[in-house]
Design a protein. Structure first.
Length: 82
């Protein structure tokens, strides 16, 4: 969290030659894009941005940092994808 889409797109493209199937407004926060499904110019070709989430870190109700991915807390990963 904390990066705008413009920053995320730039870093992924210049450092890894990757793109994200996300929104067209570069000022939107990256977390907002993924939490809001992530509709954008590449949606028809690559699907929603939220479908590409491979893992998340979150703070649970006890205030503890948790991880969710394919192997650890997969139900929370499913929830994060919407």
């Amino acid at each position: 969290a904390g990066h705008t889409l413009g920053q995320l797109y730039y870093k992924l493209r210049t450092n890894y030659d990757l793109v994200v199937p996300g929104g067209a407004e570069s000022g939107v926060g990256a977390s907002g894009l993924f939490l809001g499904c992530g509709r954008g110019m590449l949606t028809q070709l690559h699907g929603l941005a939220c479908d590409t989430i491979q893992g998340v870190r979150y703070v649970d109700a006890r205030g503890e940092l948790q991880v969710a991915d394919e192997y650890t807390n997969p139900d929370m990963l499913w929830m994060a994808r919407g």
